[in-house]
Ligand binder design. Structure first.
Ligand SMILES: C[S@@+](CC[C@H](N)C(=O)[O-])C[C@H]1O[C@@H](n2cnc3c(N)ncnc32)[C@H](O)[C@@H]1O
Length: 438
């Protein structure tokens, strides 16, 4: 599928330790707790009972919950066996201090850890994010219940122990699930987000928005991806699966005429729009929508930004056939596909090759040293000797594009225009000399 000379050497990390700026740690009762001398049966905490949830017990009861009664660390691969770890070679050390400080406060104040078998206890997880350059720390405490008694005192004590903490968020998750975060959140302390600097731009990171876990290597990744995008100042860049808009905004600063980012998480898109604003970037816009839907609507509209580059960075599961078909129909000059899962990336790239693209570069980046994970960038270009641009735009089946029902209803208005983005982004409706004008 890819010529062997396309595969470039991996870009490694100079100091591959303590790079993980996001640390997630569960809290669980130690096995055997509740049996034997000095051990108390965990106090049942109602998951969401208004007024019934009592995570902070009396001073007398608190003395009964020791540090050793609360486990925190990481799960053994493929299991729910919690391995207590007080140090880790790849996790950020300040984040680890926060995780352990929470365990200490829980023990002192009698805050019960969540028991996933019984569905009891209050504190389920802590998710800690540390700004690589700023050093600001965002802590999300995931609780099995809405009411957080003495939350102000808890925040004061945690921030006293780790002064780099600038914001603390409570996330409520009362479901019996492996999914860490629930939907409901409230800011307990600070502004609810931290700021960090990446590639010379400042980014706002909130509890739910995606941010790469290794900032040093993210700069290496973005530099390489944008170099491969070959931006000349004329291109419109679609940043699909854009998260908080990071790579798209760097591209907007480094040679893209305009950028449009799309992500399905509304909070990430809010962050992306704020990030554009406070970096003074005016040639970028962001849309909260399913990326496949967005691409389908754009491909079905009469607007094709030209020249076009597609940056895509989907989650581990990869993209969808419908997204890839729409991408091929739009016929970007180049596709730069970033992925943390080479298996799904290879599957999707095969799809694009069948649709008329050629793999030019495969560049692995060591984003996760000391693990068996790798990030990789694949750059593809249109294979023009076999298919004309028009054929490529129509996709591999050569049929004319189907207009979306929305476009049909609204007349020949592309989805940039439907969102009021055409003007802001300077996109004009396509006039394709090889297709009859309406
Ligand atoms: C690997 S992250 C990439 C984020 C960003 N490019 C970056 O470098 O920080 C994948 C992103 O895809 C988003 N996502 C997942 N499924 C999606 C979908 N169906 N449509 C749009 N975005 C999606 C997630 O919210 C997440 O922000």
């Amino acid at each position: 599928m890819a010529p062997v000379e396309a595969v470039q050497p991996i870009l490694g990390m100079d100091e591959p330790f303590h790079y993980r700026n996001k640390v997630i740690s569960p809290y669980a009762p130690a096995k055997g707790r509740g049996k034997g001398k000095g051990r108390q049966t965990p106090v049942k905490v109602a998951p969401d009972g208004a007024g019934r949830s009592k995570p902070v017990k009396s001073a007398k009861d608190a003395a009964k919950l020791g540090r050793a009664d609360i486990l925190t660390g990481m799960y053994e691969t493929g299991s729910h066996r919690l391995i207590p770890t007080d140090t880790c070679a790849i996790e950020n050390e300040v984040a680890k201090r926060v995780i352990l400080a929470i365990r200490d406060i829980m023990a002192r104040w009698g805050m019960e850890p969540y028991d996933e078998d019984a569905g009891t206890g209050f504190v389920r997880h802590a998710v800690v994010r540390v700004g690589h350059e700023s050093g600001e720390v965002l802590v999300t405490v995931v609780t099995n219940g809405d009411e957080f008694p003495a939350s102000k005192a808890f925040c004061r004590e945690l921030a006293r122990r780790v002064p780099a903490i600038t914001t603390i968020v409570q996330n409520v998750n009362t479901r019996a699930t492996n999914v860490i975060l629930g939907e409901k959140e409230r800011v307990l302390y600070g502004p609810g987000f931290i700021l960090d600097t990446l590639c010379g731009l400042s980014f706002r990171i909130s509890s739910q928005s995606f941010y790469q876990v290794n900032a040093t290597q993210t700069e290496v990744l973005y530099d390489e991806a944008i170099r491969l995008a070959g931006l000349t100042g004329a291109e419109t860049v679609i940043d699909a699966y854009c998260g908080a808009g990071t790579i798209g905004l760097v591209a907007a600063k480094r040679g893209a005429a305009r950028v449009i980012g799309v992500d399905s998480v509304a909070a990430a898109i809010r962050d992306a729009a704020n990030n554009a604003r406070h970096n003074g970037i005016e040639n970028a816009a962001f849309v909260a929508q399913d990326a496949t839907q967005f691409m389908k609507e754009l491909a079905a509209s009469d607007e094709r930004p030209e020249p076009l580059v597609l940056l895509m960075d989907p989650p581990r599961a990869g993209s969808t056939p419908a997204f890839l078909e729409a991408a091929a129909a739009l016929a970007p000059e180049r596709i730069v596909y970033i992925s943390c899962n080479p298996r799904t990336q290879a599957r999707d790239v095969r799809h694009l090759v069948k649709a008329g693209y050629e793999v030019r570069v495969v560049r692995p980046v060591d984003m996760f040293p000391h693990t068996d994970h790798v990030e990789s960038i694949v750059m593809l270009e249109k294979r023009c000797e076999n298919l004309s641009t028009t054929e490529l735009r129509r996709g591999p089946r050569g049929g004319s594009r189907q207009a979306s029902s929305e476009s049909v209803r609204n007349g020949p208005v592309g989805c940039f225009a439907e969102r009021g983005l055409s003007e802001g982004l300077g996109i004009t409706p396509r006039s394709d000399p090889e297709e009859p004008q309406q």
